[in-house]
Design a protein around this ligand. Structure first.
Ligand SMILES: *[C@@H]1O[C@H](CO)[C@@H](O)[C@H](O)[C@H]1NC(C)=O
Ligand SMILES: *[C@@H]1O[C@H](CO)[C@@H](O)[C@H](O)[C@H]1NC(C)=O
Length: 405
């Protein structure tokens, strides 16, 4: 789960490193210019043509600046091979493989980037994403912030896989707790991830016994569950209307080695080997006190790590107890409750699965997705939740062998 207001400011800081006051050609004393790029990984400011904007680059700047600032090797028009060489990605990949880490939002990646266990050696910008190359506790990683929801998560995960030599994907973030047993601060390392964002909206007048369009072709199904809106009224007593029902659907997975073979898939399983490493983390001590807002305080229950449940997501921020209950009842199973609801994880799971790359995902509970007694808790607990997720990340990485920097 994420709050869009929280996203904005940090992104600007990372991409532009502050506003420029450069002279018209963007040239000046080198020492002065360097001081505006604080990251040792990207010490060089590169300006656009009129010097009004710049970005911080790891390598040199282009000799003929264009309309928008870019780093040498960055402008469009190069062959893919030339781009990889110019951006320094080939050199990074010769040092691989790396563990790829995808993180949704600024407040979730900040605990990683500011941690003393993380060492950054290089930042490489590809298609408006910054890939942080470095190590966590001595293990080689490439870390990238994908942004909110499915499209961002999917395209960034695919960029990471296409450009960088990563052979495992780790994804973490905060989430809404979706089950009676979910408490604030808990971290769920689920074994299966599903989207609850794909639906077939049924025509008015048809009944639950009528097949959906294209159902006969195997594209859509009435087997998972439906929400009936047809007797709903937002303004008064239940009134029949023409909304009928929406039926929850599976994703269409394309998976190697079979090109263009579509497999209707509801749950994407995490890698068994990574889950068994996670199994040793059950007793990891998580933080239970939040000190980030005016309403500071400690949780009444010590947060726990839960391994092997389910997690779901969609392009919907859930703060509603009824839909939370529907999701739990529809996508949970005995011994496999849906513990978390977020907005990116199954997209990362699906892209990793489609590419045949093992993944593991964990989400920490920042709010109760509408199931709590008071207002949504995320504003007070996202710091604690993302801190706990990072704690699990470092412990997990310590358990993965290889990747020594
Ligand atoms: C609305 O209620 C009527 C009467 O109980 C029922 O026949 C109909 O199926 C309901 N509509 C939906 C969409 O479930
Ligand atoms: C509380 O704040 C301090 C200082 O900012 C920070 O180092 C610490 O990690 C925070 N603790 C929690 C549980 O958020």
């Amino acid at each position: 789960m994420a709050h869009s207001q929280l996203v904005a400011s940090f992104v600007l800081v990372v991409l532009f490193c502050g506003a420029s006051s450069a002279s018209s050609h963007g040239k000046g004393p080198r020492a002065l210019l360097q001081s505006v790029c604080p990251s040792p990984g990207s010490p060089n400011p590169c300006y656009n043509a009129d010097g009004s904007k710049y970005i911080c680059c790891a390598g040199s700047c282009p000799s003929i600046p264009g309309q928008d600032p870019y780093c040498a090797g960055g402008p469009p028009g190069l062959s893919p091979e030339a781009k990889l060489e110019a951006l320094g990605i080939n050199a990074v990949n010769r040092n691989g493989p790396y563990i790829g880490i995808v993180v949704p939002n600024p407040f979730e990646i900040v605990s990683l980037l500011t941690s003393s266990t993380f060492t950054e050696t290089q930042e490489i910008s590809v298609n408006a994403r910054i890939f942080h190359v470095g190590s966590i506790d001595g293990k080689k990683v490439v870390v990238v912030q994908c942004g909110l929801t499915h499209v961002n998560a999917a395209l960034t995960t695919q960029l990471l896989i296409d450009y960088f030599y990563v052979d495992k994907i780790l994804h973490y973030g905060i989430a809404g707790g979706a089950d009676e047993s979910s408490n604030l601060g808990d971290v769920s390392i689920a074994s299966e991830w599903a989207t609850w964002g794909l639906w077939s909206w049924q025509r008015d007048g048809l009944t639950p016994d009528d097949p959906l369009p294209l159902e006969a072709f195997g594209d859509y199904t009435r087997e998972i569950g439906r929400l009936a809106f047809g007797n709903y009224s937002a303004t008064g007593p239940m009134t029949p209307n023409s909304l009928n029902s929406v039926w929850l659907q599976r994703q269409e997975l394309f998976k190697l080695p079979d090109a263009e073979t579509r497999v209707q898939t509801l749950f994407f399983p995490a890698d068994a080997g990574l889950l068994s490493i996670a199994g040793s983390l059950a007793n990891l001590q998580l933080d239970d006190c939040s000190n980030m807002t005016a309403r500071t305080g400690c949780l009444s229950k010590q947060p726990k790590i839960v391994i092997g449940a389910r997690g779901v997501d969609a392009e919907i921020f859930v703060d509603n107890a009824a839909i939370r209950d529907f999701i739990g009842a529809t996508l949970g199973a005995p011994g496999k409750p849906v513990l978390t609801i977020d907005m990116e994880s199954s997209a990362v799971a699906m892209v990793a699965t489609s590419n045949g790359i093992p993944f593991i995902i964990f989400r920490s509970v920042s709010d109760l997705a509408g199931g709590g007694a008071q207002e949504n808790e995320a504003g007070n607990f996202f710091g604690l939740a993302s801190g706990n997720a990072y704690k699990v990340l470092t412990a997990l990485i310590a358990g993965i062998s290889g990747y020594d920097a």
